[in-house]
Write a protein that binds this ligand. Structure first.
Ligand code: PLP
Length: 465
């Protein structure tokens, strides 16, 4: 017997939690145990977690090496704040500099508990360093839910009406499948990237503190820009004196394959990288890594985060980095990710609902459309597909402005057989969805005929029957 049933939890959530607390699925799942790429519900049902608890589980649920490090630290000392010395925070910062910086200019870290705190800090650093106040962010982006992070976010669904922070302008994203400028790659000449210069010239004071961008927009629907995009944008940011901030909360730590940070696929060297989610593999941990020059803009200023850098989170973070290295997870993300992407692309031959497959490594997106010709979004079908996959033991996520992009981002410990399971379940569920839709539309037509109306609700004339 579970400690609390799904119905009891639902009632208690309604009574004791803010009504804005979201949940997936018509009948929510009560997940009580996790083991690497799998989780188990209160009935013992096993699921492959292809959404990694919203991209927070990087190396596997309860990875034994990470668990051991956390347990040892919890039993010894949980917290004293960085006002006191402890070896973990410096050991972790050094390891981060080695793995993330690779001997390059990214060397100095500060640790927080979440991604929005990391983005707030990055914005503050950019302002301190440049003496400027204004930022460029991208449409479709997501940067968190504190006031500054929400202002930087480029999707109305994640912004609430409130007085935003002044000085943030959003530039079009390189969303080639639905080009915001109605152009076609590559004849577009990367107009969305070059437009950033006009935006700075016309929408700001002409000087910016910086630009923030996710290399691949996560919540925005796995928007994966062409190779030229970020280098063009980077040069413009530099021309106008700004710092380049890469939000790697989802794309970091090897998830996109080949590189530790996603932005390296574009050959851009950011001034500040913000991190969270997978960095802690489920432990609340976020942070920034930056250059000595940017870091020095904080000299003479006190900055403090009560739980930032605590020994337990640092032990977890260190454990995650060691596991990524020991088990060659970046390479694995590349190999399994490319294999899975190729299989997903082949699914397009069987399912007309798939309009586009995109992403890198283990950060993949499948955009669902009602028609490939009109590209009409299919959010209802996306929700239903999630339910059908869940029933078959697969958890997937969704994103995009319309909620019509399936997000596949499993932990980096997955193997080829897991990729096969994910694609096979998607294939079967898409087939089941198609059958449901056919039955549904036949049912609708029959009901409409009975009412003397056609499927579009128009009155059927006798001659038309
Ligand atoms: C790209 C990105 N940046 C920032 C955040 C904010 O992180 P957090 O929820 O830990 O504040 C998120 C996730 O929520 C994210 O996906």
């Amino acid at each position: 017997m579970p400690e609390l049933t799904v119905d009891q939890i639902r009632k208690m959530r309604e009574e004791y939690l803010l009504p804005s607390t979201m949940t997936y699925f018509e009948k929510p799942v009560n997940i009580v145990r996790g083991q690497m790429q799998h989780v188990y519900d209160d009935q013992g049902k096993k699921y492959l977690d292809a959404f990694s608890a919203v991209v927070t589980i990087s190396v596997g649920h309860c990875h034994p090496d990470v668990v051991q490090k956390i347990q040892r630290q919890v039993a010894e000392l949980q917290h004293m704040t960085t006002l006191y010395y402890h070896p973990n925070v410096v050991k972790y910062a050094k390891k981060m500099a080695e793995m993330a910086g690779g001997g390059g200019p990214l060397k100095v870290s500060f640790f927080t508990n979440s991604g929005c705190e990391a983005n707030e800090l990055a914005a503050m650093l950019a302002k301190n360093f440049t003496g400027q106040q204004e930022f460029i962010a991208l449409r479709h982006s997501f940067h968190g839910r504190t006031l500054m992070a929400m202002t930087l976010t480029g999707q109305s669904s994640w912004r609430h009406s409130m007085p935003y922070v002044f000085g943030v302008t959003h530039a079009p994203a390189a969303y080639c499948y639905r080009c915001p400028l109605k152009l076609k790659y590559p004849s577009c000449g990367m107009a969305c990237a070059t437009q950033v210069e006009d935006i700075i010239k016309y929408n700001t004071s002409g000087k910016i503190a910086g630009l923030i961008a996710e290399p691949i927009a996560g919540f925005g629907g796995v928007i994966h820009p062409p190779a030229e995009y970020f280098p063009i944008v980077y040069d413009i940011v530099k021309k106008y004196g700004g710092v380049y901030i890469s939000d790697e909360v989802q794309t970091g730590f090897g998830r996109t394959g080949k590189h530790f940070f996603g932005i390296s696929h574009w050959g851009v060297k950011p001034d500040i990288v913000t991190m969270a989610k997978g960095i802690g593999n489920g432990v609340p941990l976020g942070g920034i890594i930056t250059t000595r020059a940017v870091a020095d803009s904080m000299r003479g200023k006190v900055h403090f985060n009560t739980y930032g850098g605590n020994p337990v989170s640092m032990a977890a973070g260190l454990g995650v980095l060691e596991v990524i290295e020991r088990y060659r997870m970046v390479e694995n993300a590349q190999t399994v990710g490319s294999y899975m992407k190729a299989r997903l692309q082949r699914l397009m031959n069987r399912h007309a609902l798939i309009g586009d497959v995109r992403g890198l490594g283990l950060m993949l997106g499948v955009e669902l459309v009602k028609s490939r010709k009109t590209k009409e979004v299919a959010p209802r079908e996306t929700l239903r597909l999630m339910e059908l996959c869940k029933d078959r033991g697969l958890l997937i996520g969704k994103g995009g402005m319309a909620g019509n992009v399936v997000r596949i981002k499993p932990p980096m410990c997955v193997r080829q057989r897991d990729a096969d399971f994910i694609v096979d379940v998607l294939d079967e569920s898409l087939g089941a969805l198609q059958k449901e839709n056919r039955r549904g539309s036949n049912g609708e037509k029959a009901a409409a005929r009975k009412n003397g109306r056609n499927a579009r609700g128009k009155k059927i004339h006798a001659a038309g029957r």
